[in-house]
Design a protein around this ligand. Structure first.
Ligand SMILES: [Zn+2]
Length: 205
């Protein structure tokens, strides 16, 4: 996971605010966990229609909780050949702010292997956090800041029922930050889905 570089002056204030907000309020019940388990079952059964229905239910529940308009979702069997990449790092899904539509795909581009549930759910949460950036926080853009990744992780771990842990950052060139997996992996409570050999990249897209 690598953050975006800070934008030029016009949007810098929003960028810094996004970087500062490191957590999210969470529902105090298990509704998202229950739905995410349904997504996992549907993925195991391999039925795209059921996966889509459960993803839509997940996003509706989350949108209701955060008091934002519901967003649409398409679940694609495989990554489209042409992906218009609003952000260069979106490997397993994307979000279009103008239409409030999330797309996620169940197969990876290169080896056509099924995306793991952890990666899939992480992607869904990631794209939903882009939706929140526009609809809840009112940012003019949605950047991959440290705060963005941490908000995504908070939502993901809540939805998966796994303990949250602090992401550790190290400076990267051009004023960016990247997650220091080597430091985090030394911790026994590390539970973030790490890059999986079949996925070809990290889940934090
Ligand atoms: Zn993104």
């Amino acid at each position: 996971m690598l953050t975006d570089a800070s934008p030029r002056k016009a949007n810098r204030e929003g960028f810094l605010e996004s970087d500062r907000i490191r957590t999210l309020d969470l529902p105090q019940d298990g509704r998202l966990l229950t739905i995410s388990q349904s997504i996992e079952s549907a993925m195991k059964a391999g039925t795209t229609v059921d996966v889509r229905r459960n993803c839509a239910e997940f996003l509706l529940a989350a949108s209701e909780f955060y008091k934002v308009p519901d967003c649409g979702v398409r679940v694609l069997a495989a990554r489209p050949l042409r992906v218009r990449e609003a952000w260069a790092t979106e490997l397993f899904g994307d979000y279009t702010p103008q239409t409030m539509l999330i797309r996620v795909w169940m197969r990876t581009a290169v080896r056509k292997e099924i995306t793991s549930f952890g990666t899939f759910l992480s992607t869904l949460c990631h794209e939903f956090c882009h939706h929140l950036d526009f609809q809840k926080f009112g940012f003019p853009d949605s950047w991959h800041t440290r705060g963005f990744y941490e908000r995504t992780a908070v939502l993901y771990h809540h939805a998966r029922g796994t303990p949250i842990k602090q992401l550790m950052w190290v400076r990267a060139p051009s004023g960016r930050w990247r997650v220091d997996w080597s430091r985090m992996n030394r911790r026994v409570w590390h539970v973030m889905p790490k890059p999986e050999p079949d996925d070809g990249d990290s889940p934090g897209v």
